[in-house]
Design a protein around this ligand. Structure first.
Ligand SMILES: *[C@@H]1O[C@H](CO)[C@@H](O)[C@H](O)[C@H]1NC(C)=O
Ligand SMILES: *[C@@H]1O[C@H](CO)[C@@H](O)[C@H](O)[C@H]1NC(C)=O
Ligand SMILES: *[C@@H]1O[C@H](CO)[C@@H](O)[C@H](O)[C@H]1NC(C)=O
Length: 546
């Protein structure tokens, strides 16, 4: 079967052999123990395969019988996670499976399916709001393009592909129902995302935790923000604004979270759960009068009104901090029945500690981690590195104190804005601490044509292959989604690309995939866009310090 993409598929075939030459990063060895635990605890292969078929049925129901899926071990991949695309051995005409896709988890199977649809069938998959999926170029069942006889094996150069930002819930998904979430999780799987943030429903958990600390539902009315403002009340930037939350909302969000987590686990993902950052309701002060509780400063309060600002922060060195931190992890374990052992906590995001003594900072970091660890002995702390990129408080001694306050390998930092302001370069690879190279790309859900494709196509490869690299993943940490699909298509691919991508070549194929056929005028237009509006690093965040 002649495929218009045969030339492209050949180059990927060569590349898949080259990938064996690459070895894993130093950072991976620090966290290899956790990766082994996660492997052991993953859903059984039959569950992951069924979940993968579920995605296929929703995406391409007419071609469901054309693919067969299977799970393989890392050993069969040459040591790292991979997917393998091959011609089905029993491929014989209409109705029989034609293409066999295997992967280490359901996510790798889906990433393999996406790869095949992109590079053999010329498809393009994006959010509904950015045009949805272009699948018209997929041939009829029975005439699928065949791959090379030996098959195509694509390894992940780094174990993790992270997704979301602590504020995405408020900029994009505040009102999503299960149907929309299901679609997003399908999209994540197709992009190969295996480390998504899972923040939905945490207020219902907090309600239960705080009840055990004698804080009533009424006390919480002024603590949680309204549904669209939860990102900021979670981080202690404001409280009560847009609230109070009715019990029906709390209950329904918890149910939604349980569905989200179940699906993520079925696909073999590791959802990242929230952890206690010190943000507490005002009532805690009266119930525990001797607790060390400070009041944060004004973070852009609504209408300049102090009513919504200046939340209360429990000092991490107070023994109550570890108690609450532990109770929060345990309550999540009780509700969800399991955990992937990775917890996000951003105590200092846009809130600086009261003193800059490195020893004090180190004690804060150690206590935050202790809270997580006493609830889950395998806990790993995932922290946004945003604070290091904008806040002059974090000079090398302060930064080092925080990063080294936790045993090496138990803290992973998100280099949040690495496509424009990579911190790994100026911090000697986060002073040896494992990190994830993230593309921030979007601020505040603002919609504009924007995104520096060259930095996305080369930055993660430069970081991973740099001397003494501690990079353990790539990620997308945009504040709002459903915009600029070209940028997300390229960035997702970087989780599987071992070498820098030639954007000029890539974008020509992109336009063909997006519109379902090759139109020279459209290719020219995309080339112009690539060299002009998409070659800009300051559009989204004009006040970014450079
Ligand atoms: C909550 O209040 C009850 C009754 O006053 C008291 O016995 C209990 O110790 C309190 N719990 C905490 C965690 O302070
Ligand atoms: C890499 O690590 C080695 C051994 O610790 C050290 O000697 C060398 O200077 C490091 N290289 C860079 C670029 O930091
Ligand atoms: C992007 O802009 C930089 C600086 O002006 C320039 O050096 C580079 O060639 C441009 N890249 C593209 C793809 O046009």
């Amino acid at each position: 079967m002649a495929s218009p993409f045969a030339a492209i598929s050949f180059s990927f075939f060569l590349f898949s052999f080259l990938s064996f030459a690459q070895s894993s990063t130093i950072g991976v060895t620090y966290i290899s123990r956790l990766l082994e635990i996660q492997n052991r605890e993953r859903a059984p292969p039959s569950v992951q395969i069924a979940a993968a078929y579920g995605v296929l049925h929703r995406l391409l129901p007419s071609h469901s019988s054309s693919f067969e899926f299977g799970i393989v071990s890392k050993e069969q991949c040459g040591g790292d996670s991979c997917f393998i695309i091959s011609n089905h051995p029993s491929s014989s005409g209409h109705g029989a499976p034609e293409i066999l896709i295997t992967g280490v988890t359901g996510v790798e199977i889906m990433a393999g399916l996406h790869w095949y649809l992109k590079y053999w069938c010329g498809s393009h998959i994006s959010w509904d709001k950015t045009g949805g999926a272009q699948l018209l170029s997929v041939p009829d069942s029975g005439s699928f393009p065949r791959v090379q006889e030996a098959g195509i094996l694509i390894q992940r150069p780094i174990p993790w592909n992270y997704y979301q930002n602590a504020v995405t819930s408020s900029y994009t998904s505040a009102w999503w129902d299960w149907k929309r979430w299901e679609k997003e999780i399908d999209w994540m799987a197709l992009q190969g995302i295996n480390l998504p943030l899972a923040f939905t429903g945490q207020e219902a958990i907090w309600q239960k935790v705080f009840r055990n600390f004698n804080i009533s539902h009424v006390d919480l009315k002024d603590f949680f923000g309204g549904p669209a403002f939860l990102a900021w009340s979670r981080m202690g930037n404001l409280h009560g604004w847009g609230g109070p939350l009715p019990q029906s909302w709390l209950d329904q969000q918890l149910l939604l979270q349980k569905k989200i987590l179940a699906r993520m686990y079925e696909l073999g993902m590791t959802p990242v759960l929230p952890a206690f950052s010190g943000n507490v309701p005002a009532a805690l002060k009266y119930i525990f009068p001797s607790a060390k509780i400070t009041r944060l400063g004004n973070w852009f309060t609504v209408g300049g009104n102090p009513r919504w600002c200046c939340t209360y922060l429990l000092d991490a060195t107070d023994p109550l901090f570890i108690e609450i931190g532990k109770a929060f992890i345990q309550q999540q374990l009780k509700e969800y029945g399991r955990t992937g052992h990775i917890y996000n906590c951003d105590t200092f995001d846009e809130n600086t500690p009261p003193v800059d003594d490195p020893e004090y900072i180190s004690s804060l970091g150690a206590a935050i981690f202790k809270g997580m660890q006493s609830g889950d002995s395998n806990a790993i702390w995932l922290m946004q590195g945003w604070l290091f990129s904008y806040d002059p408080f974090w000079r090398p001694p302060q930064m080092k104190a925080l990063l080294h306050s936790v045993p090496m390998g138990r803290l992973v930092v998100l280099d949040l804005f690495a496509e424009v302001k990579p911190i790994w370069i100026t911090s000697e690879q986060f002073y040896g601490v494992p990190y994830i190279w993230c593309m921030l790309h979007n601020f505040a859900g603002n919609i504009e044509m924007y995104g520096i494709l060259d930095a996305v196509a080369s930055g993660p490869v430069e970081a991973r292959t740099s001397e003494n690299s501690t990079m353990v993943g790539v990620g997308m940490s945009m504040e709002g989604i459903e915009q600029n699909p070209v940028v997300y298509d390229l960035m997702s691919e970087m989780a599987f690309q071992h070498n820098k991508v030639d954007v000029k070549v890539w974008i020509a194929l992109y336009s063909t995939r997006r519109y379902g056929k090759s139109v020279p005028e459209i290719q020219d237009a995309w080339n112009i866009l690539y060299q002009t509006v998409y070659n800009c690093t300051d559009g989204s965040y004009v006040s970014a310090p450079t």
